[in-house]
Design a protein around this ligand. Structure first.
Ligand code: GLN
Length: 475
């Protein structure tokens, strides 16, 4: 069965009776089984998806179906779904079942979306290749010897390989945008505080954001519209009005004013083909009548250290709750309380998570707090202010999403620093709390997808999505 590409056309087929949700779900389940080797899912909710589909088919007939009826969605294994297992791809949450549903997921369900399963990711969303999962790596469907990116690698591949239509992931420093770029799909991280974090496993709370993957901008817009906005369970959610993101997305009347950052194109790790690709797009946009100008951002080299110091610090505090007493795994060989904590955490956490907990504890320790943590907080403010200053003058900033295309499995796993460099460009909007999207923008010489990142000012998701639609239809 060949499915229509966008949700709008799927919905039209459901409404005119040429397709049923039951068929839709079977189609995705078949793909999931056939492409099982990609390891994108940790669990597939087969029976549940089937019975949901049958119910929604009835609702469609009686005209009572919600806005997302017919949308099949995967959720990253960091989002709570009541009575379903949740592990954040970690051994330490073995056997844990959610007691409530994340607000974002709840809102999808209320509009009749079908949740087809939970996707593999880096443990506690820490990583850039999905190789830090306790359940093995996810393979990139574009080249099975390569990583899909991370940490939402399974989510990206679930959309890339047609295992569902849309995926929810989480993005702290690039975990939606970087895998989207590696897999040739679209990935949006909205403004910090746009979407409730209630029911999202915390990595670094002042950065964490739920994000959306899809192949069509319209689908991302619709999902964002449904899940964004105030929530009694998360007092940090912004009161800023949720826009009608999906309305008039195809009308482009504006002459855009875009900035690109000199230092991003001069960074030594940037691959030649990505550089050529973005320079080509800059010329193309200019030729289409838009203003595209070079700006400076001398702080660029400080963004990655700032990001890592602050997220390690927050992670060390957030992950202290996994102690073997309350959740999931508990080491069987303990003799007293202190050995219970020690052994459970030693056995339950993977290497990268332990590294971050230790470094985070270090930067928060009394003698180093000011030298690292306070300094990084100050730098964060400067990075935000200077990024926003550019956005006062320009509609958007464009950068490559990643310095390279998808790398080989194992290529960086022995060298954490190399791995961290994969986030060079995605961390800027994360540190600044700004919305950003990765758009498929071509292929390199190995036929691997390239992503273009577009950064907007706070709460300019509507404008960002409109521009994304424009950009993707430019040719
Ligand atoms: N790769 C980044 C990190 O490891 C980003 C992770 C994320 O966004 N969750 O921190």
């Amino acid at each position: 069965m060949k499915l229509p590409a966008s949700f709008q056309s799927i919905r039209a087929a459901l409404e005119n009776g040429t397709l049923t949700c039951a068929q839709l779900v079977e189609h995705y389940l078949e793909n999931i089984h056939e492409r099982n080797h990609l390891n994108a899912f940790l669990e597939v909710f087969e029976d549940e998806a089937r019975s949901k589909a049958a119910k929604i088919d009835e609702k469609l007939v009686s005209n009572t179906a919600g806005r997302l009826a017919g949308m099949v969605i995967s959720i990253k294994d960091v989002l709570c779904y009541e009575d379903h297992n949740l592990q954040a791809s970690s051994k330490i949450l073995g056997g844990f079942e959610s007691q409530f549903t994340a607000t974002a997921v709840e809102r999808l369900l209320a509009e009749d979306a079908i949740i087809i399963g939970r996707t593999n990711c880096d443990e506690f969303a820490m990583g850039s290749s999905n190789e830090n999962s306790a359940f093995g790596p996810v393979l990139n469907a574009a080249d099975r010897e390569r990583v899909p990116g991370g940490s939402s690698g399974g989510a990206a591949v679930s959309v890339q390989a047609d295992l569902c239509l849309v995926a929810l992931g989480s993005d702290t420093g690039g975990s939606v945008r970087q895998p989207a770029a590696f897999c040739g799909v679209i990935g949006l991280k909205p403004t910090y505080s746009r979407i409730s974090r209630h029911g999202l496993v915390a990595y670094a709370s002042s950065f964490d954001s739920i994000g959306v993957f899809a192949k069509e901008v319209e689908d991302i817009a619709l999902v964002l519209e449904v899940i964004a906005g105030e929530d009694d369970f998360d007092s940090t959610v912004s009161r800023h009005k949720v826009g009608h993101y999906s309305d008039n997305i195809t009308t482009h009347t504006q002459n855009y004013k875009l900035a690109y950052v000199k230092e991003t194109l001069e960074s030594p790790g940037l691959s030649e083909s990505i550089k050529t690709n973005i320079l080509g797009h800059i010329e193309e946009l200019k030729a289409a009548g838009h203003t595209v100008e070079q700006v400076n951002f001398p702080l660029l080299q400080h963004i990655l250290p700032t990001y890592y110091i602050l997220t390690w610090a927050e992670a060390s505090s957030n992950l202290s709750r996994f102690d073997g007493v309350r959740y999931g795994y508990r080491s069987p060989n303990t003799t007293d309380l202190s050995s219970l904590y020690k052994k459970t955490r030693t056995e339950g956490f993977g290497e990268e998570v332990k590294r971050r907990i230790m470094l985070g504890t270090f930067v928060l320790s009394a003698s180093y707090y000011d030298a690292y943590y306070t300094k990084a907080q100050k730098t964060r403010k400067l990075i935000r202010d200077q990024t926003k200053a550019i956005l006062q003058e320009y509609d958007f900033i464009i950068t490559p999403t990643t310095p390279t295309t998808a790398f080989k499995l194992g290529e960086h796993s022995q060298d954490p620093l190399e791995m961290y460099l994969a986030d060079l460009y995605t961390v800027q909007p994360s540190v600044a709390g700004l919305p950003a999207i990765s758009l498929p923008s071509g292929m390199d010489e190995k036929n691997l997808p390239i992503g273009l990142q577009v950064i907007a000012d706070d709460f300019k998701e509507k404008e960002l999505l409109k521009f994304s639609h424009y950009f993707l239809n430019l040719n």
